[in-house]
Structures are given as C-alpha cells and as structure tokens.
Ligand binder design. Structure first.
Ligand code: 5AD
Ligand code: SF4
Length: 415
C-alpha cells in the first residue's frame, strides 16, 4: 500500500521552500501526501528556532500529534533539528529522525529508513540541487543558503551555516522550467540576497536580477531578504527601470537607536538606513518598504525605543513585523542579561504595531483611484507590485490585470 506523509512548516519562507522540496521529492518517489496527520504513516515537522515561542509551539504540537497518531513515524526537520541534534531522539522517544536544513535532499532515504524502524540523524550539508515540481502561479526559488552576518541576537548562522550561492545557470534553468509550466512570478530567497555572488560567472545580485528578467513569460520578480548594509545604488536604479521587478523591498531595520544597532552588530546607523529608504522613495515614489523590528533587546531603554518609533514615523513603512526579543543559546547577545521585562516587551510590541498599522493603512488608502498591475495567485485574490493584497470579484487564477483600486478594507485593496 502507498505510504502517506504529512508535512507541517514553522518559520520563514526558506522553510516553506524546503518543505516544498521535501514534499516534491517524496511525491516523485511514490509516496502520497495527506493534509491530516492522523492518517499519515510519516509525519514531518519542519521547525524554526529563531525565537523561543516558535520552538515551544513546535514541541507542544509535536507531542500532541504523537499522542493522536502513535503508530506513525516522526521526523523533525529544520532549524530546531539542527540545534539539538540527537538530544531530540532522547527527549522524544517516538521520534525517529532528526534532519537539519542542510540535508533536506536526503528526505526520501530518511523516510524509507524510518519506515524500516531505523533511527536517523542527518545534520550535515549537501549540495543544493534543482528539484522539478508542478509549478504554481507564484514560486519560491532559493538562490542561496546560510548567513555570514552574525547579528548578535540571531541563531541562523549557527544553524544554517555560512553563505553559499547557487550558480546563476542553475537558477535560470529552474525559473525557465517553472515558467514553461505556468509560473508567472518568482520570489528569490536567501538569508541575504544582496550579497549574492555567482560561484561560476561572478554575477552579482543586480546582474542576476537582470538575467532573470529576460526570461520570456515571467511577469514579476520578488526577492527576500535584503540587509541594509548591502543595498547598492545600482539596485535602486535597476528597480526603477526594470518593469518586471516588483516595487517592494523588505529591508529589516531591527531597531532605531544607534546604540542598539551597534550592539546588534548590524553595521549601519539609523541615519544611513533613513538615507537608503529615502533614496528608494525619491527614485521610485510608489515603492513599498517593509521591515522587521525587535523590541526589548537586552539594553533597550525607553529612549532607545522612542528612537525606533521615530524611525517608523520617518520611513512610513508599508508593512512591518515586530518581534519581542528572545535570547538564543550560542548567540553573543544571549550573554547579556535579558533585562527588559515581558510586560514591557509586550507594551513596546503593541505600541509599534499600532503605530505601524495606522501608517500602513494610510499608505494603502493612497492607492485608491490609482491603477495597479495585479497578479492573481488564486481566483479573486491577488497582489499588486507593492505586494498589497487585492480583491477583484470574478478575477481568474493566473490572470494579470490592470485594475483601478476603488477602496481599501482592512489591509486589502478592492478593485
Ligand atoms: N529574538 C526576536 N526576534 C528575532 N529575530 C531574529 N532573531 C530574533 C531573536 N533572537 C527576528 C528578526 C529577523 C526576523 C526573521 O526574526 O527581526 O529579521
Ligand atoms: Fe528560517 Fe531562521 Fe527560523 Fe531557520 S531559524 S526557519 S532560517 S527564520
């Protein structure tokens, strides 16, 4: 009988992409996918370690699913697997395998092994390879893995290793293949896309974007994530003139105080960040700028926090993710006393979110009366170039339409 697998994904877009690769490899080797973990023979949890909260949720979810489906085999994949390694097999007796993010391509063998009753630990790193898949309208394409930045709060470099980029020839082949089977938009993924370097031809990120934009039939290119210290003027120029590149940049600022930025090892100042944002806004007036912010970093005083609020007001972000600082073992910030209380973190979190929401709603409202290019990833639901959600009654999945925005409801544009 065909064995069924279930995959649940925690964390970032990179994990979503990794889960997709694992799922596709398993489908290719004859396994069947199920959306219900209680009917699965193999349950895979693709985990995230970036904050304690994500890990807590993972562990409680894992324990619960193990109780509900005691006969299944369990594989813990992703960053938490990398972080705790074989300790997890001791902690969870029902766990069969620990599979780090560098080894996702081994999933078929791991699944076969655990079905035979073996225990597996795979926390090395294998070469990235291109996995053909049934194309969706919008597809993630990984251009590189790992991170060299060592921001003082972040565990990612310890778990995903140093930066490693795929050759542009591979990336272009993958995207061409996807476009031939119906993909209209790609989202280039990397922990720090702006430091892309083609290991074969030496192309930089802008040159890669330019090459990708020549693929016929591809309508839109997005990318995630950019580090402010690595954004060249050349990118602003390219985004301005190249119609295929979406008018959106996700540019995590993390904090608005120079003292905190220094302690975070971010390698830019608030002034520099504001200057970059202003350059984008003056060259590309309708660009959307989104960001990540951490509140409650160990030494963050009320005054530091005000500087973050002030920066949010100055840049007028179109979207924002706010996180409460969470100490992670092994990072340099974890040696500092986690001095801001949970209540205070909660208060700062809410204040930034409330402020940012007002600003982003006003930004969206300014699109009423304007015409936008909207790509529909689903029937009636699409995104414009700025990555704002757009609703249009009757619009068909896959269509790319020029639409006048009539109204805004919550965070959604109505066309
Ligand atoms: N605590 C809170 N937030 C964190 N992030 C990364 N590490 C931590 C941490 N230790 C946030 C950053 C990053 C986003 C993906 O997660 O804002 O940009
Ligand atoms: Fe993604 Fe970082 Fe979480 Fe790993 S720890 S899943 S890289 S956000």
């Amino acid at each position: 009988m065909t064995k069924k697998f279930y995959i649940k994904t925690f964390g970032c877009q990179m994990n979503v992409a990794d889960s997709r690769v694992m799922g596709e490899l398993l489908l290719k080797s004859g396994f069947e996918k199920t959306e219900d973990p209680s009917t699965a023979d193999v349950v895979i949890f693709n985990s995230c370690s970036v904050r304690k909260h994500a890990e807590d949720r993972l562990f409680s979810n894992l324990g619960l699913t193990m109780k509900k489906n005691p006969s299944a085999r369990f594989i813990l994949a992703g960053c938490t697997a990398q972080r705790f390694g074989e300790k997890l097999l001791k902690r969870f007796k029902k766990l069969s395998a620990v599979l780090g993010p560098g080894e996702i391509f081994k999933i078929e063998k791991v699944v076969r092994d655990v079905l035979e009753g073996k225990k597996v630990i795979a926390t090395g790193r294998t070469e990235y390879r291109f996995v053909e898949r049934r194309a969706d309208i919008s597809e993630n394409v990984v251009i590189g893995r790992g991170c060299n930045n060592f921001c003082s709060y972040c565990v990612v470099p310890f778990l995903r290793g140093r930066e490693e980029y795929r050759p542009s020839s591979d990336i272009l082949k993958e995207i061409s293949c996807l476009v031939e089977s119906g993909t209209k938009e790609v989202i280039l993924l990397g922990q720090n896309v702006n430091s892309y370097r083609d290991p074969e031809k030496g192309l930089n990120f802008c040159e890669l974007l330019d090459e990708i934009s020549k693929i016929k039939g591809l309508l839109r290119i997005r990318f995630l994530t950019s580090h402010p210290k690595d954004v060249p003027d050349e990118l602003v120029v390219l985004m301005k003139k190249n119609e295929k590149i979406a008018k959106h940049i996700h540019l995590p600022v993390q904090a608005g105080s120079n003292k905190i930025l220094k302690q975070m090892n971010r390698k830019y100042t608030r002034e520099k960040y504001i200057e970059i944002a202003q350059k984008f806004r003056s060259e590309i007036p309708d660009i959307a700028i989104t960001t990540d912010i951490i509140v409650g970093f160990p030494t963050e005083t009320e005054e530091d926090f005000f500087k973050t609020e002030d920066l949010v007001k100055k840049v007028k972000f179109d979207g924002i993710y706010v996180f409460k600082y969470s100490p992670r073992d092994g990072t340099s910030a974890s040696k500092l006393k986690d001095a801001v209380s949970e209540e205070e973190k909660q208060r700062r979190h809410k204040r930034i979110l409330d402020l940012a929401r007002k600003i982003s709603l006003a930004r969206r409202a300014s699109f009423v009366g304007k015409t936008c290019d909207v790509l529909f990833e689903k029937n009636e639901i699409g995104h414009n170039s700025q990555n704002f959600l757009v609703f249009k009654k009757g619009a068909k999945k896959g269509s790319f339409l020029k639409l006048e925005i009539k109204d805004v409801k919550n965070e959604m544009l109505l066309a």
